[in-house]
Write a protein that binds this ligand. Structure first.
Ligand code: ADP
Ligand code: ADP
Length: 247
């Protein structure tokens, strides 16, 4: 019953001039497992703030973000089923687990320029404590998924924008996330490259069942891959539903 439920989420910034700004104003959304959920709006609508709240890079002023969470019996090592948990109440351990299972990609890729492609992708696995041999195997697997096996030893500056985004996607997938958050991932790319990245995201969603939440100012992106969409304006959701019903 619901993969992510956002309830009455509010983020208020106190500005230097003493005024308050409602960047996210009473937002409620239901995201089902397997959705590619697009959030569209003009610059300043509150999209980035919303996505940062979803990853807890930012704390809300009020509201809830309920995420379906698997409860595991540690002694018997078996699943006891699922319950909805408010990520805003996660302790450090649960938050770390949640972040590990949440991949993120960005408009400007955010790769480490001093590391080659393989080492960029290996980075989150090293942080998670994977063994060297397992990392090598997993990196090769990820390179194949994003179609960059031949660029393994290249450095980011030797890659095109589309290739850089593929590296970033591989890195985001490294820990087998259940959720992928995309912040204007195709906004810096030309139309043809945009299409190939959108196709890749669609593939990943289908093949691995990863739920994707993406924010964009481009209606084309929503129409092309999102089954559901919401339109944001001045911090509020002014429309939401199945993409084909909205457009
Ligand atoms: P979008 O991603 O849709 O362009 P943002 O979430 O970046 O919108 O911004 C929403 C509103 O919140 C804007 O008016 C922006 O200026 C404001 N805002 C964003 N971050 C901060 C911040 N750290 N401090 C103050 N205001 C902010
Ligand atoms: P933990 O934080 O519980 O120690 P890890 O970070 O070591 O978990 O690994 C995350 C998950 O990926 C675990 O379920 C682990 O079994 C699995 N895993 C570890 N190495 C590999 C690998 N080479 N290929 C596929 N899955 C792996």
């Amino acid at each position: 019953d619901g993969f992510i439920k956002i309830r009455n989420l509010v983020k208020e910034y106190k500005l230097n001039n003493g005024q308050e700004l409602l960047a996210v104003n009473d937002v409620s959304l239901d995201i089902e497992q397997g959705d590619i959920y697009g959030i569209m709006g003009l610059s300043g609508a509150g999209k980035s703030t919303l996505i940062r709240l979803l990853n807890r890079l930012e704390e809300p002023t009020s509201g809830e973000i309920l995420v379906r969470h698997e409860v595991i019996d540690k002694k018997k090592k078996k699943s006891l089923g699922y319950e909805n948990k408010n990520i805003l109440k996660f302790n450090t351990r649960l938050l770390r687990e949640y972040r590990k299972k949440t991949g993120m990609i960005f408009q400007h890729f955010n790769l480490l320029n001093s590391k080659n492609v393989a080492d960029n992708i290996a980075f989150p696995l090293q942080i998670s404590g994977w063994k060297k041999r397992d990392i090598k195997k997993r990196v090769d697997e990820l390179l194949e998924i994003v179609g960059l096996s031949d660029k393994k030893l290249n450095y980011p500056e030797q890659l095109s924008g589309g290739q850089k985004q593929r590296v970033a996607i591989a890195r985001a997938l490294a820990n087998n996330p259940q959720l992928l958050l995309s912040d204007e991932a195709t906004s810096a790319l030309d139309p043809r490259t945009t299409n190939s990245i959108l196709e890749l995201l669609k593939d990943i969603n289908k093949k691995f069942g990863i739920t994707i939440i993406l924010i964009t100012h481009q209606m084309e992106v929503i129409k092309k891959i999102c089954n559901k969409a919401a339109i944001m304006s001045d911090g509020q959701i002014i429309e939401k539903g199945e993409t084909k019903e909205i457009f």
